[in-house]
Design a protein around this ligand. Structure first.
Ligand SMILES: Nc1ncnc2c1ncn2[C@@H]1O[C@H](COP(=O)(O)OP(=O)(O)OP(=O)(O)O)[C@@H](O)[C@H]1O
Length: 317
C-alpha cells in the first residue's frame, strides 16, 4: 500500500542540541497512526519537519509522495494541520479567520464549516481572542478538517477538550479514515491514541523505541483477573494459578465457603481461561488491559541505542 508519510534517518539539531536522532517510520495511506511520547520527546519537531515549518538537519522526508521542501502550496492544500499551540490574534471572529485560512487550504464544501462547528459546539461568531483554550482548540480542529484533506497532521488534538467533545473528535477521525484520509496524530498518553489509531509509535528522547499495532499492544499487555470459586482451597487454587504461563501477583482476597483470588496475566489469556475452566466458578472479572502501564514501562526502561528493538519501526516495516 502507498505510504502517506515516510521518514528515513530524520535528524534535527537546534544549535548543538540533537532533538531527533535518526527517526524512521512510515504511515500507510488511509491509516490512523499515533505517536506518543513524554514532554520534549520530539513529537512536535517531527510534525514541523513534515509540514516544512522547520527543515531537517539530515535525513529524508516524504509526505504524500513529495519532499515537503519542494511541495509548496500545492502540497500544503492536501494536508490539514492542527499545531500544538495555536496563536489566534486580532479582533476577528472564528468565521472570518476560517475564511482567511481557506486561502491556504483551498476550497471548502458549502456548509462544511458550520457542520463541523456545530458538532464540536463552537460559536463561530465570537472573537477569537475571547475564546477559551478548549474553544480555540475546536477552531483549530475545524481549520484542519474543513477542506477534507488527504492527510491530517494533528498535534495533541484533544488537548483542552471536554470528554463529550473528545468523543465527537474520535468520531470525526473515524469518518475521515472511512473516507480514505490518513491521520497522523500525537499525544502524551496512549488512552487517547488507542481510541483513534491502528498503529502507535513510541518516541522517546528523539528516537522511535517501538512501533506496535494497538491490537498488538493489547495482546502483550497486563490484565487483572479476579474470580470466586467453590470446592477448592485458596492454597490449591493459588498453586494451580501459579503454574499458568504469564500469571503473577496471585493474592487471596477472601477465603471461606468459597474463595476469591486476584492475579495479573501478561500476554495470551488462553492458558488462564483453560485453567479457570476446571474450577467451579461463581464469579469472574477479567479487566481491560492497562496499556498505559505497558507504555509507561517502555518510557522508563533503559535507553535504547540507535538500534530498533524487536517489534519496532524496523521490524514493522
Ligand atoms: N526552536 C527550537 N529551538 C531549540 N530547541 C527546540 C526548538 N523546538 C524544540 N526544541 C526542543 O526540542 C525538544 C523536543 O521538543 P518537541 O516540542 O518536539 O517535543 P514534544 O514531544 O512535542 O513535547 P511536548 O509533548 O512537550 O509538546 C525539546 O527539548 C525542545 O525544548
Amino acid at each position: 500500500m502507498a505510504q502517506a508519510i515516510s521518514t528515513r534517518s530524520l535528524t534535527k539539531q537546534f544549535g548543538r542540541r540533537v532533538v531527533l536522532h535518526g527517526v524512521d517510520f512510515s504511515v500507510e495511506a488511509g491509516s490512523a497512526f499515533g505517536v506518543i511520547g513524554p514532554n520534549g520527546a520530539g513529537k512536535t519537531t517531527t510534525m514541523r519537519c513534515l509540514l516544512d515549518i522547520i527543515r531537517p538537519t539530515s535525513g529524508e522526508v516524504r509526505v504524500l509522495g513529495k519532499d515537503p521542501r519542494a511541495g509548496g502550496p500545492e502540497l500544503r492544500r492536501r494536508i490539514g494541520y492542527l499545531p500544538g499551540e495555536l496563536f489566534l490574534e486580532g479582533r476577528v471572529t472564528g468565521r472570518t479567520l476560517l475564511a482567511h485560512y481557506q486561502a491556504i487550504s483551498g476550497p471548502v464544501a458549502p456548509g462544511r464549516i458550520d457542520g463541523l462547528a456545530e458538532r464540536l459546539g463552537l460559536d463561530l461568531d465570537r472573537h477569537t481572542r475571547k475564546l477559551s483554550k478548549g474553544n480555540k482548540q475546536k477552531l483549530g480542529l475545524v481549520q484542519a478538517f474543513m477542506h477534507d484533506p488527504e492527510l491530517l497532521v494533528l498535534d495533541e488534538p484533544t488537548s483542552g477538550l471536554d470528554p463529550l467533545v473528545q468523543q465527537e473528535f474520535h468520531a470525526m477521525v473515524r469518518e475521515a479514515q472511512h473516507n480514505g484520509q490518513t491521520i497522523f496524530l500525537s499525544s502524551h498518553v496512549l488512552s487517547e491514541v488507542q481510541q483513534t489509531a491502528d498503529t502507535v509509535a513510541i518516541l522517546r528522547d528523539g528516537r522511535i523505541i517501538a512501533v506496535e499495532s494497538v491490537n498488538g499492544l493489547r495482546e502483550g499487555a497486563v490484565r487483572r483477573v479476579r474470580f470466586t470459586a467453590n470446592g477448592i482451597t485458596a492454597h490449591d487454587a493459588g498453586a494451580m494459578l501459579g503454574g499458568v504461563p504469564g500469571v503473577g501477583h496471585v493474592a487471596v482476597l477472601e477465603s471461606g465457603g468459597s474463595i476469591t483470588l486476584s492475579a495479573t496475566v501478561e500476554g495470551a489469556i488462553q492458558p488462564l481461561v483453560r485453567a479457570l475452566g476446571t474450577l467451579d466458578l461463581t464469579d469472574l472479572v477479567l479487566e481491560e488491559p492497562d496499556l498505559e502501564e505497558s507504555v509507561l514501562k517502555m518510557y522508563s526502561s533503559p535507553a535504547e541505542t540507535d538500534q530498533a528493538v524487536p517489534g519496532t519501526a524496523e521490524a514493522a516495516r
